[in-house]
Ligand binder design. Structure first.
Ligand SMILES: [Zn+2]
Length: 287
């Protein structure tokens, strides 16, 4: 599932390409993937594209909005004037990561500059939802998301307060809970816990002040690093031009089951289910 760095990468690319334009028409290929009244946003200028956690939020001049969640396999692909330009092979020798035949295209947006924006979603868990002015006003409350980890208000103090509210929670599921911190999923939770040398099954209330301060710092470092690398591509995530992100090439634990730990050179990375999600960690140097 695309996490904060992937959604933020897409957001930045969409922002660069679409702000100042408007949507001329919407072709709803799969009604299940589209909610709300498309007429509310057609013709209104896109004034901003924001992100909250793993959600993309299009903002229109008329006060309406469009919320998009990519869930497991959603993609936002910008097709340039010449459709051939968007058929990017990426780095994947097995072929294109997104579907050039538009087999999984659920919604097509015709943009005022002649480009086409595709919402592709093989698994169909993602959605596009048009929001009226009132829904935009209450969106923050309705989403119920926790702090943004790359914002200034995410500090060791803040993290410490959050952890104290749920002292019995294991740290891994705590990090995945979007109402605590928004945007962290399995990859970055595992990588951050590795960087902080904290075992994923430690209890939240059990972490020392030093560990908490370190954890807050490495969460930001791991997310920033992935942002620089265009995110993590496994399965379906691609950038808006169809190219992959390369963070996973540099991951320490995620997808490294059985490999020797790059830090202690002693432990072998294990994969274990913790609170229903697979966790990757070094049993020797993560305590
Ligand atoms: Zn180790």
């Amino acid at each position: 599932m695309p996490e904060l760095p992937e959604v933020e990468t897409i957001r930045r690319q969409l922002e660069g390409a679409l702000v100042g334009q408007s949507i001329r028409a919407i072709d709803i290929v799969a009604p299940k993937s589209f909610q709300g009244n498309p007429e509310l946003i057609i013709g209104s200028i896109i004034v901003g594209i924001g992100r909250r956690g793993k959600h993309l939020i299009f903002k229109f001049e008329n006060g309406c909005g469009m919320l998009i969640h990519l869930k497991m396999s959603g993609q936002m692909i910008i097709c340039r004037d010449d459709p051939a330009d968007c058929l990017n092979d990426g780095d994947d020798p097995s072929g294109r990561l997104y579907d050039q035949n538009e087999k999984y295209t659920r919604v097509k947006f015709k943009i005022s500059n002649g480009q086409e924006l595709l919402f592709n979603d093989m698994r169909r868990f993602g959605f596009v939802r048009v929001l009226d002015q009132n829904q935009m006003q209450t969106l923050e409350e309705d989403l119920g998301l926790g702090v943004e980890p790359l914002e200034d208000d995410f500090t060791a103090d803040h993290l410490s307060k959050l952890l104290k509210k749920k002292p019995k929670s294991l740290i891994k599921p705590f990090l995945l809970d979007q109402s605590n911190i928004a945007g962290i999923g399995n990859i970055y939770a595992d990588e951050a816990l590795f960087a902080a040398m904290i075992a994923p099954d430690r209890q939240a209330g059990d972490l020392s002040a030093g560990e908490i301060a370190n954890l807050a710092e490495v969460i930001q470092e791991v997310l920033e690093k992935s942002l620089k690398l265009g995110g993590s591509s496994m399965r379906m995530y691609v950038q808006t031009d169809g190219s992959r992100g390369s963070f996973l090439d540099q991951a320490n634990v995620y997808g490294k089951e059985g490999f020797l730990c790059s830090r202690c050179n002693e432990g072998k990375i294990v994969r274990l289910k913790i609170a229903g999600r697979s966790s990757h960690f070094c049993p020797v140097c993560q305590r």
